[in-house]
Design a protein. Structure first.
Length: 136
């Protein structure tokens, strides 16, 4: 196959590194449409669109496993909306847990920052003592 675009051109159009495309291939997210006589990967217009799908889904917080599942749905004859919804709900719950965890981290850092602000320059740092306690 001599028509199509190379991995370098696809990477450029998608704003990713060649190695990212190779990784997506290993993950089963992307497939070259053929090879040149010199055995270079060749991609078509569908690959450009598929890469956009992957990048948009990834930017939306979906994992590569989630994206693979969605691509499998999309590649099927019918995209089962209920199953897509399940993937989205699962990822949303994961993100909500992460946000909750990050708020806890933020509160701890605010507490440590305040401790540093109130400590005088000659004192030992109260934050270093605080890290040794269970309630830190």
């Amino acid at each position: 196959m001599s028509d199509g675009i190379t991995i370098g051109e696809l990477a450029k159009r998608g704003g990713v590194a060649d190695s990212t495309l190779r990784y997506y291939e290993r993950m089963g997210l992307l497939r070259p449409e053929g090879r040149t006589d010199a055995n270079y990967r060749v991609y078509g217009p569908e690959s450009v669109e598929r890469l956009r799908f992957i990048r948009t889904a990834k930017a939306s917080g979906l994992s590569l496993e989630d994206i693979r599942t969605l691509l499998e749905f999309r590649d099927g004859a019918v995209a089962p909306c209920a199953e897509v919804k399940t993937v989205i709900e699962s990822r949303l719950e994961h993100v909500k847990r992460q946000i909750k965890d990050l708020r806890t981290v933020e509160q701890a850092l605010e507490k440590f920052h305040t401790a540093c602000e109130t400590a005088s320059g000659g004192q030992e740092c109260p934050v270093l003592d605080e890290f040794g306690h269970d309630d830190a």
